[in-house]
Design a protein around this ligand. Structure first.
Ligand code: RFL
Ligand code: PHB
Length: 383
């Protein structure tokens, strides 16, 4: 088989890249380790930046997003006894939209099927060959047959655990692990808040997010090696009520439909290109979820890369040559913001650290310069 762009990984980065290239008349083939159903059901990110929403609309993926996405003007930032609303629209003119990664993925899969763009699901033994010359990708398909795709370019959109990165020699890695994790909870209950709540608490960070007018999403700071069996539904609701509580506010409870422990890390590998092999999304960088950047960063990478590859196929290599440096500027900005939000809101260190965090929170909600800085980063830099 032959294609212009072989894409390893059909998560949001791979699917969107294939969609954007298709609109420009560039052929691609997607290879995915999991089944389509598995990829679609994975519960992950929930917040889209203003620029991500605009891009999805501009490429024909806005119908359900506009009908079902919930536009939020900002977030609530809180610590015991204090809840402050930061209005991003007032501060920056931009909003964010609650629309789950499951929904974005569903829309991208439907668009792929409609356009008839090829994808192989449930593949194994993916290997990349001759990435600095005439690249190809070998793999075993769902029926156990050995296959090979020759391509002009290979893009690794295969997430943090994917194999693509290992075919790049001389990679430099920057990494930070955090001494805590998140317990993520999905519940069939109407949100008890109009917009997301990020809460600092002596017992640890807590967050109230949502997926729809009937489904709420919550997170609790826990130990990195937390045993989920120790978290009964009752214990979860008690901890959430305690950590998210402010006088005069009630947390509504309901059936918990999913709970899992999510590790937290910051990770960046550079460069994001080696010859004819490019990386995009979580394959190249991971951020802790506190700033809601992971999915948006994957979208920003492929927006840049699709234009770069399209112009390269037209004979101009300027943008592909600039891709890694250009993508990494945004990656490092989002890496800093995610690290900063994480450090400010999670309980770690001693009482001195706690006082510094509370001072930073106070400053963030009372200084217009500080609130605007948070709002600009959260609502997202222009694509
Ligand atoms: P993905 O979504 O991980 O997709 C990569 C795809 O590559 C496939 N793959 C392979 N395919 C073929 N051959 C192989 N050998 C392969 N190995 C792997 C995988 O099956 C998968 O389908 O990366 P992508 O597309 O770059 O998208 C990035 C986003 O998914 C990610 O940044 C966010 O989901 C991060 N993230 C969150 N971000 C937020 O902003 N808010 C959140 O609440 C949030 N929660 C999360 C998350 C990431 C998680 N992961 C990765 C553990 C929760 C979790 C559990
Ligand atoms: C989510 O809804 O899953 C979510 C929202 C904001 C974050 C992280 C996760 O910062």
């Amino acid at each position: 088989m032959r294609t212009q762009v072989a894409i390893v990984g059909a998560g949001p980065a791979g699917l969107l890249l294939s969609h954007l290239l298709g609109l420009e008349g560039v052929d691609s083939v997607l290879l995915e380790r999991q089944t389509a159903e598995y990829v679609q059901a994975r519960i992950r990110a929930g917040i889209l930046e203003a620029g991500t929403v605009e891009l999805l609309r501009n490429v024909g993926l806005g119908d359900r997003l506009d009908a079902e996405g919930m536009e939020h003007r900002g977030i609530h930032l809180q610590w015991p006894g204090n809840r402050h609303h930061l209005d991003f629209v007032d501060l920056t003119g931009r909003s964010v939209t609650v629309y789950g990664q499951t929904e974005v993925t569903k829309d991208l899969m439907a668009a792929r099927e409609k356009a008839g763009r090829p994808a192989f699901y449930s593949v194994s033994d993916v290997e990349l060959h001759d990435v600095t010359g005439s690249p190809s990708v070998s793999f075993v398909d769902a029926d156990g047959r050995a296959q090979r795709i020759d391509a002009d370019v290979v893009v690794g959109c295969d997430g943090f655990h994917g194999p693509s990165r290992s075919f790049m020699p001389r990679q430099k890695v920057w990494e930070r692990t955090y001494p805590f994790a998140w317990l993520g909870v999905l519940a069939d209950v109407a949100p008890s808040t109009d917009e997301l709540i990020y809460a600092w608490h002596p017992d640890g960070f807590a967050m109230h997010s949502m997926r729809s007018p009937h489904v709420s999403r919550f997170y609790l700071q826990v130990a990195p090696d937390e045993d989920i069996a120790r978290w009964s539904d009752d214990r979860i609701w008690t901890a959430l009520s305690e950590r998210l509580g402010v006088p005069g506010w009630t947390l509504h409870t309901g059936p918990i439909t999913e709970k899992s422990v999510l590790p937290m890390r910051s990770f960046v590998t550079t460069p994001m290109r080696h010859g004819n092999l490019y990386l995009a999304g979580d394959a190249a960088h991971i951020v802790p979820p506190t700033g809601a950047k992971g999915l948006n960063l994957a979208v920003a990478d492929v927006a840049l890369l699709s234009t770069a590859l399209t112009t390269s196929f037209q004979g101009d290599d300027g943008l592909v040559d600039a891709y890694s440096d250009a993508a990494l500027q945004r990656v490092w900005r989002c890496t800093h913001f995610s690290w900063w939000m994480t450090s400010m809101l999670h309980r770690h260190g001693d009482d001195f650290d706690a006082q510094l965090q509370l001072s930073q929170l106070q400053r963030t909600v009372t200084s217009e310069a500080a609130s605007t800085e948070l709002a600009n980063n959260y609502a997202g830099l222009p694509l």
